[in-house]
Design a protein around this ligand. Structure first.
Ligand SMILES: C[S@@+](CC[C@H](N)C(=O)[O-])C[C@H]1O[C@@H](n2cnc3c(N)ncnc32)[C@H](O)[C@@H]1O
Length: 253
């Protein structure tokens, strides 16, 4: 991650759409409870890890991310909430997870499966599960057959994006069984975008933000362009959020 990314994203509670309520709804879909070993893959600053630790008082949660500052943020956040002894934070690549086969009951992944793609992720991760284990992940999907062109432009960097049935087909192609799915609610997007928008406003109040990204110096211009792109992303969700969404899929491998 570069310094610019961190200027915009450090210290945010979420690095993608997600909310306590939706994480709890997804956990209920897994049917699991009790003394679980949970792995939160692409944990970022730890929003899901924290909710899972609170909801599963006997569980141990391991958070994995390849961005060291997020690992530190997750560790500090969980410790501040008093759950540090049941949490481990590991800096690692989700494509080469450093755990023995059969180590976990539940693999959790909010907003990060797109990095590997569903089929590759399920194939690589399923050996980590114990018998009866479950995988829960969120994936961005098209919610309509003809998404608004501005929504298509914002998501152009993710050409593999499909609809809910497309993701279900990718799950089935791995031989896994889909147990349930649910769409993240608007509050999950606000939980991500409201603090991000406040960050953007602090860096460049809207009235000062140059529309074309022009500013003094290359670094300022790059930052201005990044701020403008983030503002566009948020505005497109507010205007055309019916075109796309994030869906939780719960599967048995
Ligand atoms: C969209 S964020 C979601 C973070 C968090 N789950 C949340 O909901 O706030 C994706 C996360 O995946 C992490 N990531 C990206 N590539 C990775 C990789 N190859 N291995 C592990 N983590 C990765 C990023 O650092 C980031 O924290």
């Amino acid at each position: 991650m570069d310094a610019l990314f961190f200027t915009l994203h450090s210290g945010l509670p979420h690095e993608g759409p997600g909310s306590r309520e939706d994480t709890l709804r997804a956990l209920a879909l897994t049917g699991l409870s009790g003394r679980l070993a949970v792995l939160d893959i692409g944990c970022g600053p730890g929003p899901s890890s924290l909710v899972l630790l609170e909801a599963l008082p006997e569980a141990r949660v391991t958070g994995v991310d390849d961005h060291a500052p997020f690992i530190e943020a997750a560790r500090a956040r969980v410790a501040a909430a008093g759950h540090g002894p049941r949490f481990a934070a590991v800096e690692a690549d989700m494509a080469a997870l450093p755990f023995e086969a059969g180590s976990f009951d539940l693999l959790w992944c909010e907003g990060a499966v797109y990095i590997m793609g569903v089929e590759r992720a399920l194939g690589l991760w399923r050996p980590l599960l114990r018998p009866g284990g479950r995988i829960a992940f969120t994936e961005a999907v098209w919610l309509v057959s003809a998404p608004h062109p501005e929504a298509q432009a914002v998501w152009a960097e993710y050409p593999e994006m499909t609809d809910v049935d497309g993701v279900s087909g990718r799950i089935a192609a791995t031989g896994a069984r889909q147990l349930g799915r649910l769409t993240l609610q608007p509050r999950a997007w606000e939980a991500y975008y409201a603090p991000l928008e406040a960050r953007l406003d602090a860096l460049a109040p809207p009235a000062d933000a140059p529309a074309d990204g022009a500013a003094d110096g290359a670094a300022d211009a790059t930052l201005a362009r990044a701020i403008a792109a983030h503002r566009t992303e948020i505005a497109v969700w507010r205007a055309h959020g019916d075109s796309f969404g994030y869906v939780v899929f719960v599967v048995a491998p």
